[in-house]
Ligand binder design. Structure first.
Ligand SMILES: O=C(O)CCC(=O)C(=O)O
Length: 283
């Protein structure tokens, strides 16, 4: 059997367009990560029987710790990196703790993120920051990216049955030859990667004895993206630069304070009414 060769991930932002992703090493210090790690661990401690850690969607709006997560999602270290690939006018569209526990063997099938947000966001210039809260590696199911698959084109999807634990139901076909080009996004806590909305990626299940803990924050270029709010459950936040219609967004540019109150939106209303399906009650 041929020994598998490990590909070195791209850490050069100028190659982001070509590769569809880039990693940013040594960003947040251990001290800076402490508050975030403790807050997340408290959220995990509050999970009720039957609740799953992979369904902590939009914590920057819906969680009782929304201020902490909104502050992180507009942190200059993240936004500087995002600006280096999307330009200077930035909108925060979504965030999600993709925590892999030890029970479900949940893997994330090959997919393009773009498929998941067409009901509210349309454009070719969007990306995700994927921030490690603990070590991520093959053993605990780190993200795997197929470099160079970020053609601005939506691929056909196979719709997978929702088995109650999956977070991806819209998967794309990837043959073995292409799958063999996958790069492992192995990071230390406080490091992050950025990936393009079209690049194909996924991950294997967590085979370690501990949680795999990462936070995704998703951004759009304000100039080239069309936003529609009717079916979008949370506000769009303008976090840097300029936009045509600033009243459309919650303005969180660097000189603005966080909102006083938890933003009033569909997600928060549903959470308060106890009708938001899979999201943990006390997250
Ligand atoms: O966290 C993972 O394993 C997959 C991440 C992912 O699919 C995403 O951030 O879009």
């Amino acid at each position: 059997m041929r020994p598998s060769t490990k590909l070195t991930p791209n850490d050069n932002p100028s190659k982001y367009v070509q590769e569809g992703y880039c990693i940013f090493r040594q960003q947040f210090t251990n001290k800076e990560m402490e508050l975030y790690q403790q807050t997340l661990d408290n959220m995990l401690d509050c999970l009720r029987p039957g609740e799953k850690p992979q369904f902590m969607f939009e914590p920057h709006v819906g969680s009782q710790h929304w201020r902490t997560w909104l502050s992180l999602a507009r942190h200059p270290k993240i936004l500087d990196a995002v600006e280096s690939v999307l330009g200077s006018n930035l909108v925060l569209i979504l965030s999600h703790f993709i925590i892999k526990g030890t029970e479900d063997s949940m893997h994330v099938g090959w997919h393009q993120d773009q498929r998941y947000w067409l009901h509210g966001v349309e454009g070719d210039n969007l990306c995700t920051a994927w921030l490690a809260f603990n070590e991520t590696n093959r053993q605990n199911g780190c993200m795997r990216i197929l470099p160079g698959t970020n053609q601005p084109k939506l691929l056909d999807v196979n719709v997978k049955e929702d088995d109650g634990s999956t977070i991806t139901t819209l998967e794309v076909d990837v043959d073995k030859e292409l799958a063999d080009t996958a790069v492992d996004i192995e990071l230390h806590p406080g490091e992050f990667s950025l990936h393009d909305a079209y690049v194909i990626h996924g991950s294997d299940s967590n085979r370690s004895q501990d949680f795999r803990k990462i936070y995704t924050m998703r951004y759009a270029d304000a100039d080239t993206t069309r936003f529609t709010s009717e079916k979008w459950q949370i506000p769009f936040f303008l976090v840097r630069g300029e936009a045509m219609d600033t009243d459309f967004y919650i303005d969180l540019r660097p000189n603005k304070d966080l909102p006083e109150d938890q933003p009033d939106c569909m997600l928060v209303q549903k959470l308060r009414a106890g009708t938001y399906g899979k999201i943990p009650v006390d997250y």
